[in-house]
Design a binder for this molecule. Structure first.
Ligand SMILES: [Zn+2]
Length: 311
């Protein structure tokens, strides 16, 4: 049987180009592209399956549904010392949920929509409460809304905005902001810091083998509970380091030399990276009420608090 795409062998070891293609394909699926469109894009980029064939929707789903995509065994538990993975477990499970939803032919999955600006990213312009992601009904478009008032929460519940309109407006503004004089230099400095952090993390992760060896060397000197705690801490640290590195890797390849490439990056970036870029630039988005349902330019309804004053 052929090796699994994205990995150098059946035991793991990331294949950087294939892993990148699979991650971008995943981002496109999360962003609402269908499987056929996603395959066309993957094939147009020159990527092929491990057998050298063009990607088809069926093969793409089969590969992306393999638990090893996220370093998991067939029961969904992490494989010991598997190393870097194509997807995070969170991405993997969300993707499986998306496949299941698509199979049941719901036009867009409730769980599948990953809001860009919830968890403090957007607030109601009327009452200042954080907006939440919601749908009016199961098959309605995702939207942001001010949460309805309840005991201990004096939110107004009166402001709502379609998620596409809000997020597209914010994305446009962020990309435009990055075209301003000085903005890219600022971002370049942030990215340089991130690259330095990524390098430190890589070295730290590479040192994990030695740390585990040292720990095993101390096994007889420690009571079992202390040994177990130390081993767990070392494993947790390794997992967190890998997650952080994975996140940084999605950011540090950000091309900042021209609108076209930045837009291209945005369109296929993982949601987590889009969110990271937005949060780098924006402290908060305030959403104003529609005003008696008048159809208005969404930009008039969205006030952006930039992290630094516009140049
Ligand atoms: Zn409100």
């Amino acid at each position: 049987m052929a090796r699994l795409s994205g990995y150098l062998s059946r035991r793991g070891g990331l294949h950087p180009e294939e892993a990148s293609a699979l991650r971008q394909a995943t981002s496109r699926l999360f962003n609402g592209q269908n499987k056929a469109e996603t395959c066309r894009w993957v094939n147009a980029q020159g990527y092929r399956t491990t057998l050298g064939n063009e990607w088809t929707p069926e093969v793409l789903v089969r590969v992306l549904s393999h638990p090893r995509m996220a370093g998991l065994d067939d029961e969904g538990n992490p494989v010991e010392d598997f190393g870097p993975t194509v997807l995070t477990p969170d991405e993997y499970f969300r993707l499986q949920a998306l496949f299941v939803e698509q199979k049941s032919q719901q036009p867009q999955a409730r769980e599948a929509f990953d809001y860009l600006l919830t968890h403090g990213g957007a607030e109601c312009g009327k009452c200042k409460y954080d907006m939440v992601g919601t749908r009016v009904s199961g098959d309605a478009d995702p939207s942001y809304r001010c949460p309805p008032p309840r005991a201990g929460q004096a939110s107004c519940g009166r402001v709502r905005m379609n998620a596409d309109r809000l997020e597209d407006t914010v994305a446009e503004a962020v990309l435009a902001e990055l075209m301003r004089p000085g903005a890219q230099e600022h971002l370049a400095r942030l990215l340089a810091d991130m690259r330095a952090e990524a390098k430190r993390l890589e070295e730290h992760i590479a040192g994990a083998v030695r740390r585990f060896e040292e720990l095993r060397g101390m096994r007889d000197a420690l009571v079992p509970a202390a040994y177990a705690a130390a081993e767990k801490a070392t494993k947790d640290d390794l997992r967190e380091s890998r997650n952080r590195l994975r996140f940084l890797e999605q950011m540090i390849d950000l091309p900042i030399d021209g609108v076209a490439s930045l837009v291209e990056w945005w369109n296929s970036a993982p949601r987590a990276s889009q969110r990271a870029l937005v949060r780098l630039e924006i402290a908060k988005v305030r959403v104003l009420a529609a005003g008696r349902g008048k159809l208005r330019d969404p930009r008039e309804r969205v006030l952006i608090d930039w992290r630094r004053p516009p140049a």
